[in-house]
Design a protein around this ligand. Structure first.
Ligand SMILES: *Cc1c(COP(=O)(O)O)cnc(C)c1O
Length: 474
C-alpha cells in the first residue's frame, strides 16, 4: 500500500486506526506520576467540546477573528488576576511553557537592545535547576546562559547569583517551583538583585502558576513569587499543566507595555500582507486557549483550591513515606506537589524498574551537578487518589533492593571515546543496538540503560538521545 492513500478511506477505519495507535499511550488512570494533569471526566468532556468549537479560529488576524481576541483577553485577565498583576500589566496566550519562556527571553533581549544598547553580549543568570527550555532560548536567541549554583535545598544560591552578576546581564531567572525538585527559588532576593543592576526578572511559574496561588488560599503556602514581588517583570504559567487544559496552552505575562512591544515581531518587508506576531507562531490556533478558559470557568477558584488541597495531602503522604525509610532519601522538601527522591545504598534504577513492574509510571532522572540520579514524581488529582497504594508498593519494592550498580566497563569506555571525540567509526546507533534498543523500543527492564546514560557525560547523553529519537522518526 502506498503511504499516501490513493482513495478515500472510511471514517470508521480512520478512527479505528487512531484509537489503535493511542492504545499504548499513558492515560489518566492514576498510575502515571509524570505527564498527566487531569481534573476528571467533566472537565475533560467540556475541554473537548470547546476545543472542537474553537478549532477554526486563526489568531493570526484578530480583526478577521474577533473571537481570538475575546478568548485570549479573557484568559489573560484571569491569569493576571491570579498573579496579582499591577495596572498596565499584559499577557499573551502561547502554545506551551517552552514558547512562553522563549518569548520572555526574546522580549528581554530586544528590550535591552533598546534601553541598554551598550551591551553587545547579553547574558542571563540561570540557576542550574531552571528548565531546559531556557537553554533552548539561549541557543536560539544568542543570549548566554550563566549558570547559578544552588544551595543544599536546591534553591538558587543568592551569593553565587550576586558573584556572577555583571553589567551585561539583562535577565535573571527564578523558578516557582523548579520541575525536578519542586522548590521555589528565593524570588524576592533574586528580583531585588536584578533590579539593583538594571536587569529584568523572569519567574518561571510554568508548573506552579495554577497551584501555588490556590495553596496560599488554602493556607498551605506562603512563598512569594508573583507580581507583588518588587522587580519581577515577567511570569510564565502553563494552562496545559495544572490549569487542566488540553496540550497547547500556556501564558506569558509582562509587567508593562514596553516589554510586550519588545516581545512582538512585525514584518512589512515582503510581498504579502504585513504581519504582527505576538508569539513564535504565524497562524495561531486558539483551540487550546479557548478550552483552557472554559476549564478555568468550569472549576473556578473553589475547584482549583479543592484540587490543590487534595494534591498537597497526597504529596505530604508520599514525602513522609520517603522520609520514614532509611533506604530512601528525599532530595528536598517540596513547595508543591512534585518532588525528587533517591536511594541511600540501593540501586535507584532497579527501584524504578520494580515500580514499573507493578504498573506505575515514574520518571527516572539522571544525575547532574549536585543533583544525584533520582526518581521524580509529579502528582495530579488522578494519581493523588492512589497515593496510599503507591506508598505501599514503594515500600514493597525496597525489600532486598540490590546495591547501586556500575554500568559495564566496556560501555563506559565507549562513552569515554564518544566524549573525547575520538570515536571514529563508533556509531551511536550501534551503541543503541548494543543496549538492546531495537526499533525504537526499550527493553522491558531499563535499569541497565539508565545506569549507562546516567554515567554518560551530558554532551554524550544528548547525542545518544538525538540518535534514539531520530531513529524513532526515521
Ligand atoms: C513544563 C515546564 C516548562 C516547559 O513547558 P512545556 O509546556 O513542556 O514546553 C518550563 N518550566 C517548568 C518549570 C516546567 O515545569
Amino acid at each position: 500500500m502506498s503511504a499516501f492513500p490513493e482513495k478515500a478511506e472510511s471514517r470508521e477505519s480512520i478512527l479505528a486506526s487512531v484509537h489503535a495507535a493511542r492504545s499504548g499511550d499513558l492515560t489518566a488512570d492514576g498510575r502515571a506520576f509524570a505527564f498527566i494533569y487531569d481534573a476528571g471526566e467533566s472537565t475533560r468532556a467540556l475541554a473537548k467540546e470547546v476545543f472542537a468549537a474553537c478549532m477554526p479560529i486563526n489568531g493570526l488576524d484578530p480583526t478577521a477573528y474577533p473571537s481570538a481576541r475575546t478568548l485570549e483577553v479573557g484568559l489573560v485577565r484571569a491569569c493576571l488576576e491570579l498573579m496579582r498583576a499591577p495596572e498596565g500589566a499584559l499577557g499573551t496566550a502561547t502554545s506551551g511553557g517552552t514558547e512562553s519562556v522563549m518569548l520572555a527571553v526574546k522580549a528581554a533581549r530586544d528590550f535591552a537592545k533598546k534601553t541598554r544598547p551598550e551591551i553587545t553580549h547579553p547574558k542571563m543568570l540561570l540557576p542550574l535547576t531552571a528548565h531546559a527550555c531556557f537553554h533552548k532560548a539561549a541557543h536560539y536567541l544568542g543570549v548566554e546562559a550563566v549558570t547559578v549554583e544552588v544551595d543544599e535545598t536546591f534553591r538558587a544560591s543568592l551569593a553565587d547569583a550576586r558573584a556572577k552578576m555583571t553589567s551585561d546581564v539583562i535577565l535573571v531567572v527564578g523558578s516557582a517551583p523548579s520541575y525536578a525538585h519542586g522548590v521555589v527559588d528565593p524570588i524576592v532576593e533574586l528580583a531585588a538583585l536584578a533590579k539593583e543592576h538594571g536587569a529584568l526578572m523572569h519567574v518561571d511559574a510554568c508548573v506552579g502558576g495554577l497551584v501555588l496561588p490556590f495553596l496560599r488560599e488554602a493556607g498551605l503556602s506562603r512563598v512569594a513569587f508573583d507580581f507583588t514581588v518588587d522587580g519581577v517583570t515577567s511570569i510564565s504559567m502553563d494552562l496545559h499543566k495544572y490549569g487542566f487544559a488540553p496540550k497547547g496552552s500556556s501564558m506569558l505575562l509582562v509587567r508593562d507595555r514596553a516589554l510586550r512591544d519588545a516581545q512582538y515581531f512585525a514584518c512589512a518587508t515582503w510581498t504579502g500582507y504585513t504581519i504582527v506576531n505576538s508569539t513564535t507562531l504565524g497562524s495561531k490556533s486558539l483551540a487550546a486557549a479557548g478550552a483552557a478558559l472554559a476549564v478555568v470557568r468550569h472549576l473556578g477558584r473553589e475547584g482549583y483550591v479543592a484540587l490543590a488541597r487534595r494534591m498537597w495531602e497526597a504529596t505530604s503522604l508520599l514525602v513522609e513515606t520517603v522520609v520514614a525509610r532509611p533506604e530512601l532519601r528525599l532530595l528536598a522538601r517540596p513547595d508543591m506537589n512534585l518532588f525528587a527522591f533517591t536511594t541511600t545504598d540501593g540501586d535507584v534504577f532497579e527501584l524504578a524498574d520494580r515500580l514499573t513492574d507493578r504498573g506505575w509510571h515514574v520518571q527516572p532522572t539522571y544525575g547532574f551537578g549536585p543533583s544525584p540520579a533520582h526518581i521524580h514524581l509529579t502528582l495530579d488529582p488522578t494519581n493523588a487518589s492512589r497515593a496510599a497504594d503507591f506508598a505501599r508498593d514503594l515500600e514493597a519494592c525496597l525489600v532486598d533492593l540490590p546495591p547501586r550498580q556500575a554500568p559495564p566497563a566496556e560501555v563506559v569506555a565507549m562513552l569515554g571515546m564518544l566524549a573525547s571525540g575520538a570515536s571514529d567509526g563508533l556509531e551511536p546507533a550501534m551503541l543503541m543496538a548494543s543496549l538492546g534498543i531495537v526499533d525504537g523500543k526499550l527493553p522491558a527492564r531499563s535499569a541497565m540503560i539508565h545506569r549507562i546514560l546516567d554515567a554518560a557525560p551530558p554532551p554524550v547523553r544528548e547525542r545518544l538521545f538525538v540518535t534514539f529519537i531520530g531513529e524513532l522518526f526515521s
